[in-house]
Design a protein around this ligand. Structure first.
Ligand SMILES: *[C@@H]1O[C@H](CO)[C@@H](O)[C@H](O)[C@H]1NC(C)=O
Length: 247
């Protein structure tokens, strides 16, 4: 017991001495489900960092969960739909599936899936964020900034692209469209994937397919070189990530 208390004192002295307490107040992501169906958010930390909340959980209609991210955090958040998990958290999802567990634990989501992408700044530096349809679309999503300074726009894809998805890009389940592939994923050609001779902005302009995404969701990435109108910045903010924001 004496040793245990000693360790505590040592630990707190360390925190005070290094100012490490300030690290605890990073960025808060409030993940909200306004869809009239459950969503299983997936969270993937880049660069082999710590997986927030184990990388995934269930979120019923109307529920919200706060996820704390440390300064410098970089990663993506998406929604999985049509999931079936047993009491051990084992199962799978129709869209955004990340393996066979409710916690993605470092696995990415299978496209097509709408992605919220973040790079959080260190010590008051700008955060970079966007909603990306480069890997396709599965669910309506909005990023709303809370507080912070700078341009701090609310962005996302709040149209239901499943309703206007061209047949050749549609992912069906039963009678309904549950996701919409990117043209790159559907056809794999360099022109749509911006690879090979098309690997720079000058040689990879928007296509008829990417324009469908851009028209419906002007503040989301519609294809790989859509940076100018799709990346946003804000400093010292928290963020809400809302599934089905208009419902
Ligand atoms: C972010 O959320 C935390 C925890 O609720 C809060 O302490 C902090 O003031 C918030 N920051 C902003 C910019 O709203």
């Amino acid at each position: 017991m004496a040793n245990f208390s000693g360790l505590h004192i040592l630990f707190f002295s360390f925190i005070i001495a290094t100012g490490a307490l300030s690290v605890v107040s990073g960025t808060v992501f409030t993940i909200v489900n306004r869809c009239n169906f459950p969503v299983w958010p997936g969270i993937l930390t880049g660069d082999n960092g710590v997986q927030l909340n184990g990388g995934g959980f269930a979120l019923n209609t109307g529920a919200s969960v706060d996820v704390a991210a440390p300064a410098g955090w970089s990663g993506r958040i998406w929604g999985r739909t049509g999931c079936n998990f047993d009491a051990f958290g084992t199962g799978s999802c129709l869209t955004g599936n990340c393996g066979n567990k409710v916690q993605c634990s470092g696995a990415g989501g299978a496209p097509p899936a709408t992605l919220a992408e973040f790079t959080i700044g260190h010590g008051g530096a700008m955060d970079f964020y966007d909603v990306s349809l480069v890997d396709g679309y599965n669910v309506q999503m909005e990023i709303k900034t809370q507080g912070g300074s700078g341009d701090c726009q609310n962005v996302g894809c709040i149209s239901d692209l499943n309703k206007i998805c061209p047949n050749e890009l549609s992912v069906h389940n039963g009678g309904s469209v549950v996701a919409c592939k990117s043209a790159c994923e559907a056809f794999g050609s360099p022109q749509y994937c911006c690879t090979g001779a098309f690997n720079k902005p000058e040689t990879c302009p928007p296509t008829d397919y990417s324009r469908i995404f851009k028209t419906a969701c002007p503040k989301a990435y519609s294809y790989a070189y859509d940076d100018a109108t799709s990346t946003f910045t804000c400093a010292n903010a928290n963020y809400s990530i809302i599934f089905c924001p208009t419902i």
